[in-house]
Design a protein around this ligand. Sequence first.
Ligand code: FES
Length: 138
Amino acid sequence: MTNTIRPQVDGPLMVEGDAEVFAADGISIKKDANMWLCRCGLSSKKPFCDGTHNKAGFSDAATVSTDYVIKKLEAGMPAANLRLTLRQDGPIHCFGDTSIVGQDGSAWNGNQANLCRCGQSKNKPFCDGSHIAAEFKS
Ligand code: FES
């Protein structure tokens, strides 16, 4: 199964595939073929979306930059499953073969990326380190 992450316009990340979410300490939080992950930074049910982005007026066109630089996995490393690990007060680290597809058809394919979950990155859906200045806590 191809792992796909689709940022939604003004909304969350839709995750489809063989995916599992892990807390920063490595504990599994959820394994599911379909999940909605908050990327506005305001959900009371982080890392999952609770609809708060609507009330908060979160705005993003949900396009995907293709020049995001990643670190490729070493040859032979298992990468079929998508591991989504929450970094403390930071992004979601994605590990595993994944297509990230924007609503305009733009797409990024790779096997490691950090995705913004504070809502402040200038390179959404990727993390650009803005969570530090924003003092994001989660
Ligand atoms: S994206 Fe839906 S609550 Fe944050």
